[in-house]
Design a protein around this ligand. Structure first.
Ligand SMILES: NC(=O)C1=CN([C@@H]2O[C@H](COP(=O)(O)OP(=O)(O)OC[C@H]3O[C@@H](n4cnc5c(N)ncnc54)[C@H](OP(=O)(O)O)[C@@H]3O)[C@@H](O)[C@H]2O)C=CC1
Ligand SMILES: N[C@@H](CC=O)C(=O)O
Length: 349
C-alpha cells in the first residue's frame, strides 16, 4: 500500500478542516481505498515553508504549536519545498486572487512539474490557468482537480465528467456565493454590513478579503469557472456583468424580505450561439423560485441541458455542526474526494 506525502499550501479555514477530515478518515482511506498518508509539508506566508519527509506532527500543527514541528531545511520557494517534502500531492488552499490567480497558478505548475497531483479550492487557478494546467497535468500523467472551487462540498465538475456524457449546458442559474447569502440574511435580522461580514468570517466562509464576496467577484469567478470548464467557453471576468450587494441599503434589504421577495445574489449564464452571456447581480426573488429559498451558507445550482430540461443541485450548509462551522468542513470534503479520485486514477494507470 502506498503512503502519500501530502503538502498543504495555505493553512486557513479550509486547510485546517482538511487536516481534521483526513485524520477522521484515515482508517476508511486505508481500508476502502488502499491509501496511507502523512503530512510532509505545510506552508503559509507567516509560517514559511515547513517540510519533513518523515512526517510532520499533525496534532501539534492543529494545536498551533508550530515550535514543536520538527522540520528539515526546505529552501525559500515552492519548488525547493516540494522537493524537501517529497510531495506526492499538493493541496493548494491559499487566498483567492481574482485578477491573476497568482501565485496559486505557479504553485500548481510547480507541483505538477515536480510529479505531484495538484488539488485546489482556489478558483483563481481555474479562471486564469485552466487550459495550461490541465494540459500540463496530462503531460505529467498527474491530476489537476478543483471540485471545491464551485459550491464547495457539492459535486459539480465531477458529476458532469462522470455522469452526464454528451450533455451541453444551455442555461445555468444559481446562488453560488454563500457569504453574500449570510450577509443579506444577517442584515434582514438587523445587523449592519460590517457586523454581517464578521458573522460570515466567524463561519469561515468569507474570502480572505471579503470584498470579493460583497462586490460579486467570488460569484463571478465561479461563473467563469463553470463557463470555462463545463461549457468549453473560456470567459474572462471582463465578459461578465458583475454587481455586488454593497450598494443595497439595509432598509431596502429588510423591506424586500418583509414583502416576501428577498434579495439573493444571483449568478446566471446563457448560451447564445457560440458564446455566452453571463451576469452576477442581486435580484428580488419570489418563493416559487427555488433560489429564493436558499438560506444561510447553503447554495444552489440549476442547469438546463440539451439532454435534461432541469437539473438542480442543492447543498445544504447549516452554520454549525457538532465540531464547529460547517462551511470549511464541507469544502474540505470536496478536496478529500478529489484526493481519492487522483489516487484512483493513478491506481488505474
Ligand atoms: N472558506 C470556504 O468556505 C471556501 C474557500 N474556498 C477557497 O479556498 C481557499 C482558502 O480559503 P480559506 O481557507 O477560507 O482562506 P483563509 O484566509 O482562511 O486562509 C488562507 C491561507 O492561505 C495562506 N496564504 C495566502 N496567500 C498565500 C501565499 N501567497 N503564499 C502562501 N500562503 C498563502 C494564508 O496564510 P498567510 O496569510 O500566513 O500567508 C492562510 O493560511 C481560497 O482560495 C478560497 O477562495 C473555496 C470554497 C469554500
Ligand atoms: N467565499 C466563498 C467561499 C467558497 O467559495 C463563498 O462565500 O461562497
Amino acid at each position: 500500500m502506498k503512503t502519500y506525502n501530502l503538502c498543504l499550501l495555505g493553512f486557513g479555514n479550509v486547510g485546517r478542516a482538511l487536516l481534521i477530515l483526513l485524520q477522521e478518515k484515515t482508517a476508511e482511506l486505508r481500508e476502502r481505498y488502499q491509501i496511507e498518508w502523512r503530512l510532509t509539508g505545510v506552508a503559509t506566508r507567516r509560517l514559511g515553508w515547513l517540510a519533513n519527509p518523515d512526517g510532520l506532527d499533525v496534532s501539534a500543527l492543529l494545536a498551533g504549536q508550530f515550535e514543536l514541528l520538527t522540520t528539515v531545511a526546505s529552501g525559500d520557494d515552492v519548488r525547493d519545498w516540494l522537493s524537501a517534502a517529497r510531495a506526492d500531492v499538493l493541496f493548494e488552499l491559499t487566498s483567492l486572487n481574482v485578477d491573476t490567480g497568482q501565485p496559486a497558478i505557479e504553485h500548481i505548475r510547480a507541483a505538477l512539474e515536480h510529479g505531484a497531483h495538484a488539488i485546489t479550492a482556489n478558483k483563481g487557478t481555474v479562471v486564469h490557468g485552466y487550459r495550461e494546467l490541465q494540459a500540463l497535468a496530462r503531460r505529467q500523467r498527474r491530476s489537476f482537480l478543483f471540485e471545491a472551487t464551485v459550491m464547495g462540498g457539492a459535486p459539480i465538475f465531477s458529476l458532469f465528467a462522470s455522469s452526464l456524457p454528451a450533455s451541453n449546458i444551455i442555461r445555468f442559474r444559481g446562488v453560488v456565493n454563500s457569504t453574500s447569502n449570510v450577509i443579506l440574511e444577517e442584515i434582514e435580522r438587523g445587523k449592519s454590513l460590517e457586523q454581517a461580514i464578521q458573522t460570515a468570517q466567524e463561519l469561515g466562509i468569507a474570502e480572505t478579503d471579503p470584498s470579493a464576496d460583497v462586490d460579486g467577484w467570488d460569484a463571478a469567478v465561479k461563473v467563469s469557472a463553470i463557463a470555462t470548464v463545463l461549457m468549453d467557453t473560456p470567459t474572462p471576468l471582463a465578459n461578465i456583468e458583475v454587481e455586488g450587494i454593497r450598494h443595497l441599503d439595509a432598509e431596502q434589504i429588510r423591506a424586500a424580505r418583509a414583502a416576501g421577495t428577498p434579495y439573493k445574489l444571483v449568478a446566471q449564464i446563457e448560451k447564445i450561439g457560440e458564446g455566452i452571456r453571463a451576469f452576477v447581480k442581486p435580484q428580488r426573488l419570489s418563493p416559487p423560485d427555488p433560489l429564493a429559498a436558499v438560506t444561510a451558507g447553503s447554495m444552489l445550482a440549476h442547469f438546463e441541458l440539451d439532454t435534461l430540461p432541469g437539473l438542480t443541485i442543492t447543498l445544504d450548509v447549516p452554520d454549525y455542526g457538532p465540531a464547529g462551522p460547517l462551511g470549511p468542513a464541507v469544502t474540505a470534503y470536496d478536496v478529500l474526494a478529489d484526493f481519492i479520485r487522483a489516487v484512483q486514477s493513478e491506481q488505474r494507470g
